[in-house]
Design a protein around this ligand. Structure first.
Ligand code: RIB
Ligand code: CA
Length: 316
């Protein structure tokens, strides 16, 4: 893979412990060049998420794309951090900090628009791993520039399953439902949501998978250890050390589409009504609305290919 034909990528992240595994995977895929990261509040506050992203870049030890701070707050909704899932620092509260790297100067949303304006249509793919606030702001500022993006792959929505923060909603959408509504209705040609259901079932990392990753490389050890809070939660929920890795599933679907098992295009809309439905992504699976499908929904991966991709990019 020569430098010139690596696919260009922008990754938007609220870097918690599963984002970090996804970022480590992407930094080790030679078919892609991450131009930069944009950071958004979500799992933790954006400044902490930027620090977590920089730490992950240092631990990956490959190349060091700039990390730009984006939205510190959601468009309308009050922030509710995911400390119980990822720890107070988002990275398992191990006290780890970047030793050398610092955030880049400038705002991530404006940097994203600048790169897209300068790009050829389809030249840059975008992968989002957190709330859609940055992407929504970019759309509000310059929709034509955002439409120049190639694929836009979002970790978001519960797919055809249940929510993970309320009965109906998955965390990234629920954290900023209004931003998700803007993104879903922006008319993006190649928008894909990889739902939380895609990382469950046979795609859940088992104790054996976790052991292989933890013992297979120093990067593998890092990305498992920082997920210790989620592992503890799952021990209670499922009775064993297993990991539902939502962001790695979205990253695998984006960077290694051969691992996608189920994906279809449907009319979708984000529910921003007050009450128990807030943050739900309504998927019109059978076309009742009569509206033109606007979003690809990836609801299942091929566990073998998905896990092999994780193992390969983490070097285990
Ligand atoms: O629902 C899972 C998503 O919410 C993941 O992106 C996780 O990092 C959190 O942001
Ligand atoms: Ca995330």
């Amino acid at each position: 893979m020569t430098e010139k034909n690596r696919k260009k990528l922008i990754i938007d992240t609220d870097c918690g412990s599963d984002d970090a595994m996804a970022i480590a995977m992407a930094l080790n895929d030679p078919a892609f060049e991450i131009l930069f990261f944009t950071v958004v509040s979500g799992n933790v506050e954006a400044v902490q998420a930027a620090e977590n992203t920089l730490l992950t870049i240092e631990r990956a030890g490959t190349y060091e794309p700039p990390v730009y701070l984006g939205a510190r707050n959601m468009l309308l909704k009050e922030l509710a951090f995911a400390y119980d899932t990822h720890g107070m620092d988002g990275m398992g509260d191990l006290g780890l900090k970047p030793e050398r790297l610092r955030p880049a100067e400038g705002n991530g949303v404006l940097r994203m628009l600048e790169a897209l304006r300068e790009s050829e249509a389809g030249e840059i793919d975008i992968v989002t791993l957190g709330p859609l606030t940055n992407l929504a702001l970019a759309i509000r500022l310059d929709p034509d520039a955002v439409k120049k993006a190639g694929r836009v792959v979002v970790m978001g929505g519960a797919g055809f399953g249940g929510g993970n923060v309320t009965a109906a909603a998955e965390f990234n959408i629920w954290q900023d439902g209004e931003a998700a509504k803007i993104v879903l209705e922006a008319g993006l040609e190649n928008l894909m949501l990889v739902g939380w259901d895609a990382c469950l079932g046979e795609s859940m990392l088992t104790p054996d998978d976790i052991r292989r990753i933890r013992t297979g490389s120093s990067l593998g050890k890092f990305v498992i250890e920082i997920n210790r809070v989620l592992m503890g939660l799952n021990r209670e929920r499922f009775g064993e050390d297993c990991l539902d890795m939502a962001d790695p599933a979205a990253m695998a679907a984006a960077l290694y589409p051969d691992c996608i098992k189920e994906c279809g295009k449907y009319w979708c809309e984000a529910d921003v009504s007050p009450g128990s439905g807030y943050g739900n992504v309504l998927i019109d699976r059978y076309g009742f609305s009569g509206k033109e499908p606007n979003v690809w929904i990836c609801s299942a991966l091929r566990p073998d290919r998905y896990k092999e991709y994780i193992f390969r990019t983490l070097g285990v």
